[in-house]
Design a protein around this ligand. Sequence first.
Ligand code: PLP
Length: 378
Amino acid sequence: MKTYYFDYNSTTPVMDDVQNVILDTMKKFYGNPSNLHKMGREAREILENSRKNVADLIGAGSNEIYFTASGTEANNLALKGLIPFYKKGKNHIITSISEHSSVFETAQFLKKEGIELTVLDVDSQGCIDPEELKNSIKSNTGLISIMTANNETGVIQDIAVISKIARSRGILFHTDAVQAAGKIPINVNDPQVDLLSLSAHKLYGPKGVGALYVRRGISVAPVQHGGGQEHNIRSGTENIPDIAGFGEACRISMQNYENDSKHIMHLKNLLYTGIGDKIKCFKLNGSIATTLPNTLNISFPGCESDTLILDLDSAGFYVSAGSACNSSRRTTSRVLKAMKLKPAEMYSSIRFSLGRDSKEKEVMLLVNTLSEIVGQFV
Ligand code: PLP
């Protein structure tokens, strides 16, 4: 059976060119980059070239990029690495209800450790209210952590406005750009952010590699201690083959950006109009204009997400859901709940996420199959 992947926000396939770089590096350059000898120096060179490619993707300097083992780790390092700073009287963090769990749960952990925490709500479109952000700021606010784009809905926050508020009050600003990188342009200097998280497997690189951007002059304390790699911020021998793959994925992403975004945006519109033409009852979660070019989160009241996912799966189509409801379990998406979806909308929501390899024909097939499946229930 032919299969069709519409789950690029979960993870992306590793591009052929990226696979080649990973394999080549693994085979030929297995030296430890901390070693002084030639093999060590060769591995170091690969590490630094990759750092430059990652930095270029977000307009950063190479010496502001620290490799981690995931986007989750980068988010943990951003929030926990500032503990010494919080202790200097800046012990209040502001974040939002729609953050990925690697920010949301880390913030909750810090709260248990005595850090003050404000969690901003989002409106029905998934956006935070800048006025509410301004009103939440206190004299001891040290950090604002708001994601660039949401993984479930694709909703893009107004980073420029948030950055301006943070700067005007002298507060550090971290953004989780794991879903946004490669999909929309990002430049850490415009709008200015102080810390930013990335993950390779969301942009056609390997799983298990991420990076944290830290603006020069900002001090982040290590969360794990050891050999002092990554300028003492993230100890542990660097995963050179996968880091090389990450760098290559970033380089390709920059090169392909124009074509990718045009292609993917076209398919998103096709999918959305196709659903509109063929299915009577549905609700778009987040607006077309303010969501990532590749993401559509749609509820089909009357159908259950799990049933839709499994029926689509049987027909060869792979999609995801935020909330799920079936006889044995009920999981609620914190994000969709915060957007005030009715239960019937929440438990029937499906996330379609497109990518570089998605094709027009596949989108049309998806629309037809989806309308047949939904038609059985409503
Ligand atoms: N942040 C966002 C917005 C994500 O979507 C994800 C993964 O889905 C992460 C962080 C975590 O990244 P990783 O899978 O590399 O740990």
